[in-house]
Every structure is written in C-alpha cells, then in structure tokens.
Design a protein around this ligand. Structure first.
Ligand SMILES: NC(=O)c1ccc[n+]([C@@H]2O[C@H](COP(=O)([O-])OP(=O)(O)OC[C@H]3O[C@@H](n4cnc5c(N)ncnc54)[C@H](OP(=O)(O)O)[C@@H]3O)[C@@H](O)[C@H]2O)c1
Length: 309
C-alpha cells in the first residue's frame, strides 16, 4: 500500500498502546526487527492529537494496540460505559477515519470474545466461527462495543482487524497471561477455547501489515484447548503436585459481573497466510512449557508463592 507520504519501500510504523501489554510487545518486536517505528502519544479520541502524531511520524502503517480492557478485568466496563464508548468506539473510529483519509494501512488488535458456543456452533463440534460470521456474544459491555465496532471497521478498505483471544506469553508470573490467571484462580471452568500465543503470533501480525492484508482475521492458533488441558500441561512440565478444582459456568457467574465468551474460531485464513502456524497445544508446548521446564524448580517456587498455597 502506498501512503500519502509516498513511501513505497521501507514501511514506517506508528504504534498506539506504548504502555500496554500488547503494544509494548509489538514495540519490542519492531525494535528487534530493526524496523522504522515510533510510538504515538495521542489519546485515540483526540482527533487533533492523532493527526499530529501522523504528521510527525508520517507512517505507512499504523499498529493499534490501544483500547480499554478494564482493570482488574472487563467487568470494569460494566460500570464505566461512557469511558468505554469514548475509547473503544469513538477513539477507534477516529483512528480508522484518519488512517483512511490519509491512505495509511491500519492493523488493530481487536478481540475474538464476540462469539459464544450455541446450538449452531456447539462446543467440541470442531465447527469454528468464521471471519464473516456475525458476532453472537454481547453479554459483556466490553464485547458489545467491540462487536459493534468490528462491524463498522470492516467497511474500511485499509484496515486489518485481528481477533485476539485469551492471549498467552511465556512468563507464567505475568498477571495478564491467560495461563497465569487460571493458575491463580481458586476454581476454574473447563471449556475448550481458541487462544492467541503471542510469541508465535505477534510476528505474524507485523508481517500481515507489511503484506497489506485487510478485513477481519481470526488471530488465534488453530484448534481449541480447555482450561484443564492447560493445567495438565502445567502439571506435566512444571509441577507434578499441582492441584486445581473446577466449577460450572453457573457457579462462575456468581463471582463475575458480566458473562465471558467461550468459542472456537475458524483459522483457515491465517493458516493460508502462515502454513507453519502451530496448533494451540503444540504452540503452548513450544513457546510456554518447554522454555519454562528448563528452570521448572524456580518457576514452580515462584508460582506457588504467587498462589499463596
Ligand atoms: N489482554 C487481553 O486479554 C486481550 C484479549 C483480547 C483482545 N485484546 C485487545 O488487544 C488490545 C490491547 O490489549 P492489551 O491487553 O495490551 O491492553 P492494555 O495492557 O490494557 O493496554 C491498553 C493500552 O491502551 C492505551 N489506552 C487506553 N485508553 C487509551 C486512549 N483513550 N487513547 C490512547 N491509548 C489508550 C493504554 O495507555 P494508557 O496506559 O496511557 O491509558 C495502554 O497503552 C485491546 O484493544 C484489547 O481489547 C486484549
């Protein structure tokens, strides 16, 4: 794609979300790759500020990992609806509109938590939601706004929307890591889900931007893995004495404010771009469990301390 600054050859990236988890990792990766990039300083909803960032950096590609995710979790959005709209709807569309009007390719780290198993897509059926399927999960305000915005973003010819799910990194003490979350909880549900192993998939996102891909992309490893299967892997590689207990979705509902989505996403599109992509179980073994197994004693001790049991 040719941007308004006429730069054909070496892409220049402008990254939103410097202080965030995914944005920080994207910045690290661009640095490792020796890519030309800068972080944005503007708030997404500040049109003049975003335009100033674009004028300053003159990007060919924008990578957006900014957004409200809620702290300690998405339940926060239930009580902060206006703030959620301002950033995840107004801010996101502002950035989309500016990139469109300037001829800049935009990749946005969005969410796949806008689908839920139902009678047409039953759990364990192997039938995954495709890119063109309409979201069927708006049970949390976070997902509701993300689903609405995804549909609007898909009208733009310059945008790649990546449906991220339950992101995972190798650091088993990092609190936002999906595996760390389920290790810490007293009780977990046990449902197969599509997930995004960031050390494997983040480089693909930058490559997809370079390739100028657009539209919606289910951005997860192929297949689904359940909570218990992940805990079994933890037990096998790190701590043979690890114990956990399960509860039902109905019991889980009593300790969270908004329902959570559980789903399998169809990954044919990303597999077409990256035939080497690993299935979720293989990716977890390669990027999380094998590297941690090399110092399992230390990891086990730290995780036990973190759990306080
Ligand atoms: N983590 C997950 O479980 C998960 C799962 C699926 C999808 N995603 C999606 O992936 C994206 C990145 O997630 P993340 O986990 O990296 O989020 P994060 O760690 O919460 O970081 C969010 C980033 O967005 C920035 N931000 C918030 N409001 C902003 C605004 N109005 N203008 C500009 N920047 C703003 C924050 O900057 P400040 O600190 O300055 O506010 C921060 O840098 C989000 O869109 C999220 O929905 C995340």
């Amino acid at each position: 794609m040719v941007s308004s600054n006429g730069n054909h050859a070496e892409p220049t990236f402008l990254v939103f979300g410097k202080s965030g988890w995914i944005g920080g990792l994207v910045g690290d990766l661009l640095k490792q790759q020796g890519a030309k990039f800068e972080f944005a300083t503007a708030r997404l909803e500040d049109r003049a500020g975003v335009l100033a960032d674009v004028e300053r950096v003159k990007p060919t590609h924008v990578l957006n990992a900014a957004g409200l995710t809620g702290r300690p979790n998405v339940d926060w959005c239930e009580d902060h609806k206006i703030e959620t709209i301002r950033v995840n709807v107004l801010g996101m569309l502002n950035l989309a509109d500016i990139c469109f009007s300037k001829g800049i390719h935009l990749t946005t780290y969005a969410t796949g938590c806008i689908f839920h198993y139902d009678k047409d897509f039953p759990e364990n059926s192997g039938k995954g939601f495709k890119e063109e399927d309409k979201p069927n999960f708006t049970g949390s305000y976070y997902s509701y706004t993300k689903a609405m915005v995804e549909s609007l973003l898909s009208e733009y010819p310059n945008i790649l929307v990546l449906r991220v799910r339950m992101p995972i990194v190798g650091d088993l003490l990092y609190p936002r890591n999906f595996i760390t979350k389920i290790i810490k909880y007293d009780k977990i549900v046990n449902i197969p889900n599509s997930m995004t192993v960031l050390p494997e998939l983040l480089p693909y996102s930058i490559e997809m931007a370079r390739r100028g891909l657009t539209g919606i992309m289910n951005y997860t490893n192929p297949g689904a893995i359940s909570h218990n299967e992940i805990m079994e892997l933890y037990k096998q590689y790190i701590d043979p004495e690890f114990k956990w207990s399960n509860f039902t979705i109905e019991e889980q509902a009593k300790v969270i404010k908004a329902p959570r989505s559980n789903n399998l996403l169809d990954t044919k599109r990303i597999e077409g771009e990256f035939p080497q992509i690993l299935g979720i179980r293989e990716s977890l073994i390669k990027h999380v469990f094998e590297p941690n197994a090399t110092h399992a004693d230390k990891v086990r001790a730290e995780v036990r301390q973190m759990r306080g049991r």
